[in-house]
Design a protein around this ligand. Structure first.
Ligand code: SF4
Ligand code: SF4
Length: 445
């Protein structure tokens, strides 16, 4: 079986972001394969620990993907502050005889170093064109955990577990290996917070992760972290503002200082995005939607909202507001530029992670979250059929059927983009819902 089919059968998806099926990402040839080991979301500690623990596996997964797409070079991007991880990776790359093909480059400790387009530029000096993808400049980017999952797929092991950091204003910060489908509540319990009434949870990193409405729901292959904070914390208050509220606040208070634009990571790469213009359009009720198409260039990194704006406004929300309007009208941004150059001030306007962490009130929680072994044995698990970009998986099991751990339970629909899903624990299929399969956990191993 070729690598693509192994990856497809194992249900590998991008573990670091939107969950794009990895086999689909590897169908085109590219000059570079890049490993995104930046982990730029504050407090999350998954990738840096996986790279330390599974260096050989990640190297081999990256190598296999790189050879498959006929890349001439594989580059790992790891923040320079992770000195031991970098030294270990370099030593293992050499020991495995891959020094001609693979190298580690040190990334600066800034936000968002892990944004795909920022990463491409930092590692190759190329600029991904507006509204495009890294492949356009000869790059394919995969995350560290995805490379590990590719290695596992080559050994016939499907993706049934994910690594999650539990962090924030909690007694026990840790990183855990969690079976997909486990109730999120069981994971958050590990934090040591007895009563969650006064707390709120961010699903993912504190910058880009959305606020959860409760602790319901189940772990997916994409789950990376839960940040637990008191309800009156700055981040929770800020993330509690809905789009309509943000629109009203934005209309009244923007002083048009341009800081949101001048520090925007995509603007600094030379793209046309200018969030202060979206704020102006809101204030003056500008209706010409075609003028506002640059809103579609926003990657929603939240830097403008949580760091740049001195008035604590919501420029990202202004972008989202216009993005939605454009979508409703079926309008897509058409890039006018052919050549791109970074803004001349970029080097002075990068956002240092430490300052960002202080700005969003997380300095005292910026602590290690060591890998900790916990055995999860919930009564039931619920495995989503929609953990990825593309069509939902189609169930291939029936209610009452016993399933083994790692057994296929959902397949990719014919001729569709999608990802297979597997049972993460053995048990009996208790229910098949529209978008998930519930398994009563048992001992049918
Ligand atoms: S949204 Fe904030 S940063 Fe942007 S122009 Fe207005 S006041 Fe300045
Ligand atoms: S969220 Fe703000 S800073 Fe980030 S890309 Fe969008 S406009 Fe730029």
């Amino acid at each position: 079986m070729d690598l693509l089919n192994m990856i497809k059968n194992a249900g590998v998806i991008g573990a670091g972001g939107a969950g794009f099926p990895t086999h689909a990402k590897l169908t085109s040839k590219a000059e570079y394969i890049l490993l995104n080991g930046a982990e730029c979301e504050p407090l999350l500690r998954v990738d840096q620990q996986l790279m330390a623990m599974f260096a050989d596996e990640i190297i081999k997964g990256l190598e296999a993907a790189g050879r498959y797409i006929e890349a001439g070079k594989a580059i790992m991007g790891i923040k320079g502050k992770h000195k031991e991880v970098i030294a270990h990776m370099r030593e293992r790359i050499s020991a495995l005889g891959l020094a001609d093909f693979m190298e580690v480059k040190e990334l600066r400790d800034m936000y968002p170093a892990g944004d795909e387009q920022v990463l491409v530029h930092e590692l190759t000096q190329r600029i991904v064109p507006e509204a495009s993808i890294p492949l356009k400049v000869g790059c394919v980017v995969i995350n560290a955990e995805t490379a590990l999952n590719i290695f596992n797929a080559m050994a016939g092991k499907p993706v049934t577990e994910t690594y999650i950091t539990v962090a924030g204003d909690i007694p026990r910060r840790m990183t855990l290996k969690v079976p997909v489908g486990v109730p999120i509540r069981d994971v958050i319990k590990q934090s040591g917070v007895e009563n969650l009434d006064d707390y709120a949870v961010i699903d993912g990193g504190p910058m880009m992760g959305p606020l959860k409405t409760g602790v319901d729901g189940h772990v997916t292959k994409k789950s990376k972290g839960y940040v637990v904070l008191k309800k009156d914390h700055f981040l929770i208050r800020k993330k509690s503002v809905n789009l309509n509220q943000a629109r009203v606040i934005n209309r009244t208070a923007c002083e048009q200082c341009r800081m949101c634009t001048d520090l925007c990571p995509r603007y600094l790469l030379g793209h046309s995005i200018q969030p202060h213009k979206m704020m102006r359009a809101l204030s003056y009720n500008i209706q010409d939607i075609h003028e506002l198409q640059i809103a579609q260039l926003c990657c929603e990194c939240n830097a403008c909202e949580l760091f740049s704006c001195p008035a604590n406004l919501h420029p990202k929300s202004a972008n989202i507001y216009f993005k939605k309007k454009l979508d409703e009208q079926g309008i897509r941004y058409q890039p006018a530029q052919k050549e791109y150059q970074t803004r001349s001030a970029r080097e002075y306007r990068l956002i240092p992670s430490k300052r960002l962490i202080a700005r969003i009130g997380l300095s005292s929680f910026d602590q290690p979250a060591p890998m900790t072994q916990v055995e999860f044995r919930p009564e039931t698990i619920e495995i989503s059929l929609r953990q990825h970009i593309g069509a939902p998986a189609i169930p291939v099991v029936n209610v009452g059927e016993h399933v083994q751990k790692e057994q296929l339970i959902g397949k990719i629909p014919e001729n569709s983009l999608g990802a297979a899903v597997h049972a993460s624990l053995a048990g009996t299929v208790a229910e098949i819902k529209e978008n998930s399969i519930v398994i009563r956990v048992g001992s049918y191993v």
